[in-house]
Design a protein around this ligand. Sequence first.
Ligand code: SER
Length: 317
Amino acid sequence: MKKETILVIGANGQIGTALLPRLQNTYGFGNVIATDVRQTGTEEAIFELLDATNALALNDIVQRRGITQIYHLAAVLSAKGETDPLWAWNLNMQTLLNVLEAGRTFNLHKVFVPSSIAAFGEHAPKQETPQSSVLDPATVYGISKVAAENWSVYYHKRYGLDVRSLRYPGVISYQSMPGGGTTDYAVAIYHEAVQGHDFECFLAADTRLPMIYMDDALRATLELMEAPADNITVRTSYNLAGMSFTPAELTASIQRHFPDFKVTYAPDFRQAIADSWPQSIDDSVAKKDWGWKPDFDLPKMTFEMINHLNELYHVTV
Ligand code: SER
C-alpha cells in the first residue's frame, strides 16, 4: 500500500464517485479523504464538507489531515456554466487557485486538475484534434479549463508543483448521473432504455463527439498520476481518447439489446456547444509518454452499461 494521503474535492460528482473506491484500494481506506459541498447519501468514505472556494477551509483540511495529494474534481460543467457564466467562472477559477496555492504552500507531492475537450473551440481541427491545437473555447467552462491548464504550467515551472491533467472526453458511467454537461445525453439515454422508456435527445442524430467509458477514464487518471515525473512532457493537459460516436450510432448499439427502444431528437442550446468541440481526439502523446491504451469501444461499453443499470433498476428481491 502506498503511503500517501489523498484529498478528493468534488467527491460526490460523476468522476469522484467512481474514483473514490479505486483510490481507497490503492492508498488504503483511511488515507483517502472525500470532500464536497454537500453530503449525499451514505458515502463509504471518510467524508468532510468542504466548499473549496474557501481557501482557509481547504488549507485547514490539508494541514489537519496531513494531505500529500489533491484530486480537484469540482467544477461547473459546460451547459450549466452557460446559464450563469460569472458564477461558473468564479467557482471554477477560485477553487483551482486555492488548490494550486495549497499545493505550493504545503509542498504537496502531486495535484490532479482535470481539463476537457471543451478547451478546444472552432479553430482546432475537428478530426483527430492534435495535442497542441489552438485553444479558443466557446463556453465559460472551456475558458476556465484553458486558464486552468495555463495556471498548472505556471505552478509547475515557477514553484515545481507536480500538477498533472487529462483533457477528458465525455465520460460515461453507471455509478452516478452527471450534471450540467453537453455529453450527458450519452448517460441519460442508457437509463431511459433500461427502464423501457423512449428518449428525447438534446443533440442532433449526427453529432459526433469524443467519449470515454468511466473504467478507462479512471485507469487513465491513475496511470497518469503513477507515471514517473520525468515521463510527463505535457504540463498543460494530455489529450485522451476512448471512442467517438453520434447519438444515432449510440442508439443503434442500444437497440441491439432493446430492439423497441425509440429516440427522438430536439436539439437545444447544447447543440452549438457540441458543434464547437472536436469529433475525435489524437492522444498519441499520452500513449507515448505513459503508455495510455483505451480498452472500451462502443459495443463493449453498451454491454456493461446495460448490465449495471439492469441491476440498478431491476433488482430481484
Ligand atoms: N462532459 C463535459 C461536458 O459536457 C465535457 O468535459 O461539459
